[in-house]
Design a protein around this ligand. Structure first.
Ligand SMILES: NC(=O)c1ccc[n+]([C@@H]2O[C@H](COP(=O)([O-])OP(=O)(O)OC[C@H]3O[C@@H](n4cnc5c(N)ncnc54)[C@H](OP(=O)(O)O)[C@@H]3O)[C@@H](O)[C@H]2O)c1
Length: 330
């Protein structure tokens, strides 16, 4: 079987981790890398060898041998970079947040569908074994009827912080960067909320440096979501039902998380075993994308376009609640 020829667009921090995990996938090959700076691309390719090394994204997308491009630029550029790839007939796996707003996501999805090309948001948590175990425990009734979810994600960015963290032009703020994992977790279990309340603490740049969100559902279920760049939080999640509770320990969205299960009475605890694997955990989604490509699919059945749009629409609603706008909204 031929190896899937991957390309990396943007040689930043997450691109390095992704490229490292690509090496764990047998039938995957890092075929090309591109940076806006050729020296940076060459340096990246020293660590993660690639056959083709480009000093611009435009050159990369013109390579006709590439099977799929991984877009690893800031959220503000996902829309533009995904469209460039699609318009050069490339399948795309694009980092989260998929774009800045729902309008951009709709345009990306329409372009992919019109061209019959594969497009998926790299919401890697959805492919992790511990997340799937939680889903199956809930489906098996281990928690009874769900009542509430509390989830938090917070850290103090290293000083000086990376520019994209607080810059509105780069889609900065907690929501699109880390709060998205909170929204993803809650929404993938409970669906889109019926009512949203939110408050934020605004950074001097104008973006949210702390954000507290409450989801209400018409059946009485509630969820509380907190994201912060102003304090180190537990970054854990509690999913509670009327006959049990699951706590995902820090960091709830990564494979390092442990599942603590508290059946009925909170003083008894079971640790649910999950096999730990080598790597950062990105190989699960990489294998899934390859499987989709080999089957000729243009949309993942696991992380669907509807899932990505739903995630972004909810984040748009949260931003409306707190009055947070980006240049791309205008
Ligand atoms: N899945 C995960 O676990 C995870 C973790 C962290 C981040 N992410 C996501 O991945 C994306 C990138 O995050 P990162 O932490 O890797 O960021 P980063 O280190 O700043 O890298 C982003 C790269 O994008 C490229 N780029 C293109 N236009 C840019 C611009 N105008 N300003 C800055 N960079 C630009 C640059 O690559 P060149 O200079 O090489 O062109 C830069 O190195 C974000 O959307 C983030 O949410 C995902």
């Amino acid at each position: 079987m031929n190896k899937v020829k991957w390309a990396v667009l943007g040689c930043g921090r997450i691109a390095g981790k992704f490229a490292a995990d690509l090496q764990l996938v047998q039938d995957a090959e890092l075929f090309a890398v591109a940076s806006r700076d050729i020296e940076k691309a060459k340096h990246f390719a020293l660590q993660y060898p690639a056959k083709h090394v480009y000093g611009s994204y435009e050159e990369l997308v013109r390579n006709t041998e590439i099977d799929v491009i991984y877009v690893a630029t800031p959220h503000s550029h996902h829309h533009e970079h995904t469209l460039i790839c699609l318009r050069h007939n490339k399948a795309v796996l694009c980092e989260k947040a998929f774009a800045i707003n729902g309008a951009q996501v709709r345009e990306m999805v329409t372009e992919a569908r019109n061209r019959k090309l594969f497009l998926m948001e790299a919401m890697w948590t959805k492919f992790l074994p511990h997340y799937n175990k939680v889903r199956s425990m809930i489906a098996d009734g281990k928690l009874g009827e769900l009542q509430s979810i509390q989830v938090n994600f917070g850290f103090l960015p290293p000083q000086p912080p990376a520019q994209r963290i607080f810059d509105p032009a780069l889609g900065g703020g907690t929501l699109l960067d880390i709060g998205i994992y909170n929204v993803f977790l809650v929404q993938s279990i409970l669906g889109k909320p019926d009512h949203i309340q939110a408050i934020m603490k605004r950074a001097s740049s104008g973006v949210d440096e702390q954000l507290a969100v409450q989801f209400q559902y018409n059946n009485g279920i509630v969820a509380q979501l907190l994201s912060s760049f102003t304090s180190n939080l537990q970054t854990d999640a509690n999913i509670a039902g009327n006959s049990g509770r699951i706590r995902l320990t820090s960091r709830f969205y990564e494979p390092s998380a442990t599942i603590e299960y508290y059946p009925e009475r909170v003083d008894s605890i079971q640790i649910i075993p999950i096999e730990k694997q080598a790597g950062w955990g990105y190989h699960h989604q990489i294998r899934h994308v390859q499987e989709c490509l080999r089957q000729g699919l243009t949309e993942s059945p696991v992380m669907t376009h509807k899932d990505s749009l739903g995630l972004m629409e909810t984040m748009d609603s949260i931003r409306r609640e707190v009055g947070l706008k980006y240049p791309a909204d205008c």
